[in-house]
Ligand binder design. Structure first.
Ligand SMILES: [Zn+2]
Length: 412
């Protein structure tokens, strides 16, 4: 069976979808459940139906487009990604996995392939955290990583709840029905741009993801004592910023000395109060984002950070409080899916790199309920989440071809 990807059509569809946007081209802005997102969903549904797929939506708008296999009872093989885009983003993040997934299915159908297992395109709702402050909303609910009760408490910037927003978008059903039954998928594969520079730098056209890193994010507040920059002598100071600075370096040091390159830690926010040149900082708010592919290693950095908080607060007579915002466990991709993708690369004589996904994706959550894996294609300069995000037609077509081959093997 020789699979052929209709690359012109796929590229044209990527352009069409990019034009359904709240930003001026080449930027794309498509926030979940805005008119642009609903229009994009309707357009995509029509493309899926045109391809002969049966489309259903769940209560949170995750969309399933199914090509029925000959064994209706067998667990399905899923592929897909997301079409929402953060403000001022690019055309390819998520979209390559959705339209590439659709084209992979169409290519198999054109070849007359008859799957035993159903093959399903899955388009996740709100992978981006823009509207509700939490990423991978759809896949968290599908996998039970987020309960319906917790989801109902989420609100957008206008204080509208998910319940209100989704009902307005015409979605019915209950959020507690979104979770997929165990064994629903035999395998799940997500095609995605790398969003990093590794493939491009190494001139390797495909990446087979073996591990997906995941962040723990924390808020840290430091309470010291303010005062006049001239009046308070050094021995009497309880400077919150100096304490915060020590903590930042302790976090950096803990990540650097973890013994693994996959451990990374970032303090990206530092707010200083009162923020005047002649005033001792009385209060500092920091954020920490600590990521790893290994949970034990990541937890060790968190522990080191907490130890540093205790030490700094004792030495400097300040109070440090840490609040965990979110901590998802990293995932290992399923060996069966990694094998299917690697075999598909070999079959088409394509070089591939086994690699770590440093960004996290819906597949992280799908891996909790299904054997999951990801296939990466290069993107220029590793740029993503910006208007000049770019993946070449060759890379997109190649990724789609390998995806189709892997889906065929998994669904045979
Ligand atoms: Zn994405």
């Amino acid at each position: 069976m020789k699979i052929e990807v209709d690359r012109d059509r796929l590229l044209a569809e990527i352009e069409t979808l990019a034009a359904i946007s709240d930003a001026e081209a080449p930027a794309v802005t498509r926030i979940v459940f805005t008119p642009a997102d609903l229009k994009a969903r309707a357009w995509l549904r029509a493309r899926c139906e045109e391809a002969g797929l049966t489309v259903r939506q769940d209560a949170v708008g995750n969309t399933f487009a199914r090509w029925a296999g000959s064994d209706a009872k067998a667990a399905a093989v899923g592929t897909g990604s997301h079409i929402d885009a953060i403000p001022n983003a690019g055309k390819y993040d998520g979209v390559v996995g959705v339209l590439g997934g659709l084209e992979a299915i169409r290519a198999l159908r054109r070849r007359g392939f008859r799957p035993t297992r159903s093959v399903e395109l899955l388009v996740f709702t709100s992978e981006e955290p823009t509207r509700f402050g939490i990423g991978c909303l759809g896949s968290r609910l599908l996998s039970g990583s987020l309960s319906a009760e917790a989801a109902k408490r989420l609100k957008d910037g206008e204080e509208e709840s998910i319940e209100q927003v989704r009902r307005k978008a015409g979605l019915s059903g209950e959020l507690d029905e979104v979770r997929l039954p165990g064994g629903y998928y035999k395998a799940f594969v997500e095609l995605h741009i790398e969003q990093g520079p590794v493939l491009e730098r190494q001139r390797i056209p495909l990446g087979v993801v073996t591990n997906i890193a995941a962040p723990a994010s924390m808020r840290i507040s430091v309470e010291g004592a303010g005062g006049h920059a001239g009046g308070v002598l050094m021995a009497d100071r309880r400077d919150a910023l100096c304490a915060g600075a020590e903590l930042i370096l302790a976090i950096e040091n803990a990540a650097r000395s973890s013994g693994a390159a996959d451990t990374v830690a970032t303090v990206g926010i530092c707010e200083v109060f009162p923020g005047a040149i002649n005033s001792i900082p009385s209060r500092v708010r920091l954020s920490a984002d600590i990521r790893d592919t290994d949970l034990t290693r990541r937890d060790r950095v968190i522990k080191a950070m907490e130890d540093a908080c205790n030490e700094i607060s004792a030495n400097r007579r300040v109070t440090l409080r840490t609040e965990l915002i979110n901590a998802d466990a990293p995932a290992e991709c399923a060996p069966a899916v990694v094998e299917a993708l690697s075999d598909a690369c070999r079959k088409h004589e394509q070089k591939f790199l086994p690699m770590v996904s440093r960004a996290y994706h819906d597949s992280l959550f799908m891996s909790r309920i299904a054997p999951a894996g990801m296939l990466f294609i290069p993107c220029r300069n590793g740029y993503s989440h910006r208007p000049d995000e770019y993946a070449s037609p060759d890379d997109i077509a190649r990724g789609t071809l390998v995806l189709a081959e892997a889906l065929a093997a998994l669904a045979a």
